[in-house]
Design a protein around this ligand. Sequence first.
Ligand code: ATP
Ligand code: MG
Length: 550
Amino acid sequence: MDFAGITPTNFIENIIVDDLKSGRVNNVVMRFPPEPNGRLHIGHAKAACFNFMTAQKFGGKCNLRFDDTNPVKEDADFCDQILYDIRWLGFEPADILYASSYFDYMRDCAVKLIEKGLAYIDDSTPEQIKNMRGTLTSAGENSPFRNRSVRENLALFDKMQRGDVKDGGMVLRAKIDMASPNMNMRDPVIYRVLHAPHHRTGDKWCIYPMYDFAHPLEDAIEHITHSCCTMEFEDHRPLYDWVIDNCDIADKPHQYEFARLSMTDTVMSKRYLKQLVDSGIVDGWDDPRMPTLSGLRRRGVPAHAIVAFCNEVGLAKAVGTVDTAQFHDCVRDELNATAKRYMVVPDPVELDIINIPDDFENFVEVTEGGDYSVPHPTAIDPEVNNTPVVTRRIRLSKRLYINREDFMADPPKGYHRLVPNGLARLKNSFIVRCVGFDTDDKGNVTRIRVEKTDEVKAKGVIQWVDRDTAADIKIKSLSALVPDGDGDFTERINANSIAVGSAKAERGVNDIPVGEGVQFFRIGYFARDAKETDAFNQVVELKSSYKTTK
Ligand code: ATP
Ligand code: MG
């Protein structure tokens, strides 16, 4: 069912193709509508990727719209962070818009509903309104204020706007049907009193619209053609359509729902993430263990990997939980193709090359960059593979460190690294033969002595770090902050989610910019932390624990 050479790949794209063919829509206009009450997480990335990439695919446009209708929880800083994250993912919004810019229009729509006898002011307390709502199996009750005259309703709505009503003192409700089997249609509240300044409109308003009323109007004013949100809004769609129909909107936007992203060993809701931040369990929204985009960025996850993952997960209506290991696989694929490689020794033992002069100094040229035999995995920019290869020079002298596990005095069969009298290649350099070693009184190896040889073949390759110029770094292995399990998430917080170790590293690590994911040979992918700059966070492990049939 192609359209103009475009092949739809999910049910919403099928709908778009139908709409374009039937002429309901000429230009696709979409939006990503975050509420600026927290930072974006990887679930939001799924929605953002979908909206921006679908609009792009059909030659349409996608806005970033801040859904800022609740001044109590929202602020300008969150708006800035969200925009930064969206651009980091690689998307440039067609327009950057704010729901709060439409407050006048929304108020006018509310007045229109009152005039049509389709909305009324209710003086009941929130408690009373809740009690009159009924249940899933029983109808609700009409409010005693339901049959107020249009005149009285207009006057009271005016009073609400003037600031003469205290918070919670009155609400404006849509007059729909208290017996509707859909609870959302039982005279929902559409405006409330909130004496709170707004980060954009200041003190202009003391009434604020509720989401279900505001959202369709925001879509209408922006001529959104396909308003896509997550499944929990499916039951709200009749109300969405009611608002559109009764506010006399000609160019009707349509709402479609898809499954939200949830992942194993991760809490995703902003509410929970905020709790982690506020309680100090994490060091901010950008803690590298958080599933926020700022956390993932600080951890060293490339934006491309997030986009690739969202594309791989795809879009469906069925809710499922994605294995976090699948995400890590996408990160690994990306870093394998793009990350620079460094030699780092976490468990150092000294190694002396005894047959070279004390002042021997050699600079080993290494090519930086990924394994270019691996095709670049992301959909966005396959050309990344052609990044020029840069070289770095690594100092090699008589005095080195190697990893303790790369030498065995009494090796088992099949051990191919350094052993007494055996040969091994120093990575990127010559081959050495082990001629002796020292131990302490507990039998631990303290120093290994080798000789440089002219041999050209050795089974083992070992990495090393120059002792005189080595950098001391911290390495942090990160595991799930909130592993899956029973009970409240606060009871599942993993107190050992950061394991700190130290390492000797080649001097070049000092030049690795904050947040850039690199590979430490044989150890894993790491990135320098933004706050603790001598520490490197583990991005992902070197080996996959996730088997795909990709
Ligand atoms: P949370 O439940 O995490 O607090 P939210 O839905 O309240 O998120 P919004 O800022 O309102 O956050 O979301 C902006 C957009 O992102 C909405 O269209 C919403 O449907 C979508 N979205 C939020 N969470 C997810 C998720 N886990 N997967 C996919 N889309 C999501
Ligand atoms: Mg929300």
